[in-house]
Design a protein around this ligand. Structure first.
Ligand code: GUN
Ligand code: ZN
Length: 438
């Protein structure tokens, strides 16, 4: 008999993007629900009694009532080598990169260091209920090896890439157009499709890549048309100015990436805060994704991303959400959406709790073109699951006394919740055990 697990609790899973704050058609909510997990996948979902009837007599039963069961959270932009950069005091992006970030990433030339941080990274993300992350490794191939090896051990669906950068950074962080190409190919051959790992083509941003390196990323993008691509775009005004000086023939920042064939579906552009209408049109037409990193944008003073406005355009841009560790100031997707909410408040917009929870689950899965695997509790999905307690702290418990609807509970979780609210994280059906590596 294949071992089965029956996970009981209140289920919440989105079917599509919510159209308004009370859009109850956009999600499945089951007050006394259950998931049947078999071979790492969700074999059945629904009312507890119905799902139990489908389970074998040997099925192990876990009762999470009254907690809320969600699909594992997804973080679409993080930097794995920046765990010891978070909370660094800098005036702006370029100062932060030069003063803290580049020196720190140089340490990843040491394989032992990369392996130690990889253990910490997976412990921390799973503790926060995040089961999929899209990660930049460092320029060193060994950092990607450490990241994917740890992911394979944990059984997680992770997307990652060896960063390509060949100028405007310390010597210890530079590859060359040929080396960046060769090592990216080697990482793809070694890790893409191994376990649940996905490799992303990862030129850091136009400032740190010569035109020759950008041409090599284009070659990779053409040779691997199904792979994700990740880079940074239009985060900070000084960055934008310098980038456009480096590529004087391009119409604007977005056009640089378009010229090298990088504007396409499954291409993830971190930040994309200060886009012109032309750039937003180009993003929308290509199917590329703008990745909103609210805690980072506030922490580095980069700007207020027009999340609602950019999705409401005649040509809407697909948006994903992310922590951007270590520019971001929290590992929690709840804190991330709390800050996203506040940014919209400042812009005179409303981000309702359904939208927030959609973004960190199905919305991000759709942006990654992985909604058939992750981001929902649908039958057939991978069993990446998080169990949340909206009364995890005294302050939350007190506020929960007055909560009367699911939306209010979600908003409370988003506003006051963090890792303390995460009761359990399941990766492919298995409760994840932190390794607490030192
Ligand atoms: N732009 C280029 N590299 C980085 C990075 O590491 N973090 C952020 N926030 N922006 C970048
Ligand atoms: Zn970033």
């Amino acid at each position: 008999m294949t071992p089965e697990t029956l996970i009981r609790g209140r289920l919440l899973s989105f079917r599509r993007a919510p159209q308004h704050a009370g859009d109850s058609e956009s999600y499945l909510y089951e007050e006394d629900g259950a998931l049947l997990v078999r071979n790492g996948k969700i074999a059945a979902v629904g009312v507890y009694a119905d799902v139990k009837a489908k389970a074998g007599a040997e099925a192990e039963e876990v009762d999470h009532r009254p907690h809320l069961i969600l699909p594992g959270l997804i973080d679409c932009h993080v930097h794995f080598p920046q765990m010891q950069v978070i909370a660094s005091y800098a005036a702006n992006l370029l100062e932060w990169l030069d003063t803290y970030t580049f020196p720190e990433e140089c340490r990843f030339v040491e394989t032992a260091h990369a392996e130690r941080i990889a253990t910490q990274f997976f412990d921390e993300f799973l503790r926060q209920g995040t089961t999929t992350a899209v990660a930049y490794c460092s320029v060193h191939k060994a950092s990607a090896d450490a990241f994917f090896a740890e992911s394979l051990r944990r059984g997680t669906l992770m997307i990652g890439g060896k960063v390509m950068m060949d100028r405007n950074a310390p010597q210890g962080l530079l590859d060359t157009p040929q080396l960046g190409y060769d090592e990216t190919r080697a990482v793809i051959e070694q890790w893409h499709g191994k376990g649940r790992n996905h490799v992303a083509i990862t030129p850091r941003f136009a400032i740190t890549s010569t035109p020759e390196q950008m041409a090599m990323t284009q070659k990779l993008a053409e040779e691997f048309p199904d792979l994700h691509i990740q880079t940074h775009l239009s985060e900070n005004h000084d960055e934008i100015r310098y980038t456009c000086e480096l590529y004087p023939d391009a119409t604007d920042y977005t056009d640089i990436y378009a010229r090298y064939g990088l504007l396409r579906k499954k291409a993830l552009f971190g930040h994309a805060i200060h886009l012109s209408e032309r750039e937003a049109d180009a993003m929308a037409e290509s199917g590329a994704v703008a990745v909103h990193c609210p805690t980072s944008n506030l922490f580095l003073g980069s700007g207020l991303f027009p999340l609602k406005a950019i999705q409401r355009r005649e040509k809407p841009v697909t948006v994903a959400v992310a922590t951007d560790i270590g520019g971001g100031s929290s590992y929690s997707m709840f804190k991330t959406m709390d800050e996203a909410y506040k940014i919209q408040q400042l812009l005179g917009e409303r981000l309702n709790p359904l939208e927030s929870f959609y973004h960190m689950t199905l919305g991000n899965a759709v942006a990654l073109d992985l909604a058939d695997r992750i981001g929902t509790l649908d039958e057939g999905s991978d069993a990446d699951i998080v169990v949340m307690n909206a009364a995890a702290t005294p302050a939350m418990r007190l506020r929960m006394e007055t909560v009367t609807s699911l939306s209010e509970e979600l908003f409370l979780l988003q506003t006051l919740g963090d890792d303390r609210s995460v009761v359990e994280t399941y990766v492919a059906g298995k409760a994840s055990k932190p390794q607490f590596g030192l």
